[in-house]
Design a protein around this ligand. Sequence first.
Ligand code: HEC
Length: 149
Amino acid sequence: MSVPAMADESNSQQIARGRYLAITAGCNDCHTDGYMPTAGQVPEASWFTGSAIGFQGPWGTSYPSNLRLLVHNLNEEQWLERTRQPMRPPMPWFNLQTMTEQDLLSLYQYLRSLGPAGEMAPAAVAPGGEVNTPYFDFTPRNLPVTADK
Ligand code: HEC
């Protein structure tokens, strides 16, 4: 009898840890519409539903994925695999790669606990392709000649 109770407690601790990481690692900044402009004043019910406002730069146009739908369709193993892959800018995937497996799994459990919601983000568009959504222009300007991006 005591085993399920302990499992529940450790699961809720893992979810709380994941929520803390998601906030402090800044995942909402891009993956939650309106989070940055309102200094975080977005109800948690809408968190991590992704965005149809793109980021455009030398990589083309990318859209922050709906992480709630993503985790809904992945098991833990697939989530670990996905978060170890390179991604388009401005996703800081190289930072995510430094996260411990335990923390990545806490993030997964937290995102799962929110439940699936919202729409899939639009597919990324290659450089020069036609973009029919609003987007932020991340084109580098007047960089020193030593910078290569
Ligand atoms: C500066 C904006 C930004 C921040 C901050 C950010 N992301 Fe992203 N993220 C993106 C964009 C844009 C994409 C789409 C990348 C692509 O098209 O390859 C993405 C993609 C992803 C994907 C791949 C989703 C898929 O559909 O396969 C995961 C997982 C992810 N982000 C998790 C996170 C987590 C966890 C954090 C916080 C640690 C985070 N992101 C912070 C912008 C951001």
